[in-house]
Design a protein. Structure first.
Ligand code: PLP
Length: 448
């Protein structure tokens, strides 16, 4: 890599997240220069289908002019203002109102943040604040799940159940616990039916609650479909069972829809897909198609009221970000959600689900594949590791071959994950998965 090339300067000056930094110093990265629709183009002019919508997020694809126009107009009118204390502005109010109107359950208030991690971190602080408000000073523990992902700030990373986000960071915090992962493919025992598996992991949850003491547990955190854990779809009856247990022990439910929200599962929210009734809903990513950093906590009245009381007692709700409800971000978010509604992109995800999952299921018959799974327009192909492959190497090899074929995917463990922009068409799904077939054949040949 030439040191004054763009790749060389990237290595010289930029530290990347989620990478082996020593390896990256040698190999460098893929420079993406432009985007349009479901495609992005690199600095050598090679075009890719962005099969992951960036980081599970660019619902409208990469060239939505209306979002650029709204951002420019808002930049010119009021580029920045805040929602700190008693100051406020139109774009944040408009978006908060829209979010309350489309929320999957009756909700009362929206609080804006800028990333999924921030939103989860704040939700955790608010859970603690609320327990104090209610005089439940010992009710502070939080239960996340193995392979759950909620971000990388200290509380969010602690609730996350992935070792790579804990190791050497001195996490998780000691109030955080992790219960079983609801992935039957990965954690089902030999001969165990899916129903028995579900009953077993629900029992694990109840046992953990009883062991720690129900009066000490404040909240349970979960993504309706786990994303960064490798697109793990819950088994039938799982969410019903979880909610019954939480209700029995008076434990709050925080649903993290950072990936699922705004159409990914074929409904506006995955809480509708799985009949989940959260106290707090966390959204980000597709809220603005990630054209601007934006996230939000959407909370019900029973969650909000004690917090308001506590702020009254103390004299202030002592929390706030400079960019909370940023006018350009919320204006873009509002326009983005209007476009999702106008073009019925939630319906598009629902209509294309059969095609999307059908093509994945066909690919699962390939000798290198193990199985497939998904819902709406999020799915994964589980790759079968060959004899001498190290964990994760097989899916990494297929993902690399697929990139050569012009499709960006993400390999997580043995899973090859797909989460394309919601604007994708049936033909483009075929293009994407035809390329996956070619990549599998190519890798199979190199193994022979
Ligand atoms: N929650 C979920 C479910 C996520 O998938 C992510 C990011 O991928 C986050 C939270 C963290 O969001 P951010 O990367 O914006 O901090």
């Amino acid at each position: 890599i030439v040191s004054n090339s763009i790749e060389g300067r990237d290595i010289a000056y930029q530290m990347h997240p989620n990478v082996n930094l020593r390896k990256y110093e040698k190999t460098g990265g893929l420079v993406i220069e432009s985007g349009d629709g479901i495609y992005v183009t690199d600095n050598n002019g090679k075009r890719y289908i962005e099969g992951m919508a960036g980081l599970w997020s660019v619902a409208l694809g990469f060239g939505e002019k209306r979002l650029a126009e709204v951002a420019k107009a808002q930049m010119e009118k009021l580029p920045y203002y805040h929602t700190f204390s008693y100051k406020t502005h139109g774009p944040s109010i408009d978006l908060a109102e829209l979010l309350i109107s489309i929320a999957p359950v009756p909700m009362s208030k929206v609080h804006f943040t800028s990333s999924g991690s921030e939103a989860n971190d704040l939700a955790c602080k608010m859970v603690w604040y609320r327990s104090n408000a209610l005089g439940n000073k010992d009710k502070k523990k939080i239960i996340g799940r193995i392979k759950g992902y909620h971000g990388v700030t200290i509380a969010a990373a602690s609730i996350t159940g992935l070792p790579r986000n804990h190791e050497s960071f001195d996490l998780p915090l000691d109030r955080m616990f992790h219960t079983s992962c609801p992935s039957y493919v990965h954690f089902g025992k030999d001969g165990e039916s899916e129903a028995d598996f579900t009953a077993r992991i629900l029992n694990d949850l109840e046992e953990l609650i009883l062991k720690e003491g129900p009066e000490t547990i404040a909240a349970f955190w979960g993504e309706p479909v786990m994303g960064a854990g490798g697109v793990l779809v819950p088994p039938a009856g799982y969410w019903e069972g979880v909610q019954a247990i939480l209700k029995k022990y008076d434990i709050l439910l925080v649903a993290d829809e950072v990936i699922c929200g705004f159409g990914r599962t074929g409904k506006m929210f995955a809480c509708e897909t799985y009949n989940i009734k959260p106290d707090v809903l966390i959204v980000s990513k597709q809220i603005s198609s990630s054209y601007m950093p934006l996230s939000a906590l959407i909370m019900n009245d029973a969650f909000y009221q004690p917090i308001a009381d506590e702020s009254d007692r103390i004299g202030v709700f002592g929390h706030g970000f400079t960019a909370s409800g940023h006018p350009v971000a919320t204006a873009v978010g509002l326009e983005n959600l209007k476009i999702i509604q106008e073009r019925d992109l939630v319906g598009n995800a629902a209509r294309l689900e059969e095609k999307f999952l059908g093509r994945l299921a066909e690919l699962a018959k390939h000798p290198l594949a193990h199985s497939s799974r998904g819902v709406g327009l999020i799915g994964a192909l589980e790759i079968k590791p060959w004899g001498d492959a190290k964990p994760g190497d097989a899916a990494a090899a297929v993902s690399a071959a697929l990139e050569e074929e012009g499709v960006i995917s993400r390999n997580i463990g043995e899973a090859l994950c797909f989460c394309p922009p919601l604007i994708i068409t049936a033909e483009q799904i075929d293009d994407m998965f035809d390329a996956v077939g070619r990549a599998l054949d190519k890798v199979e040949k190199t193994r022979a």
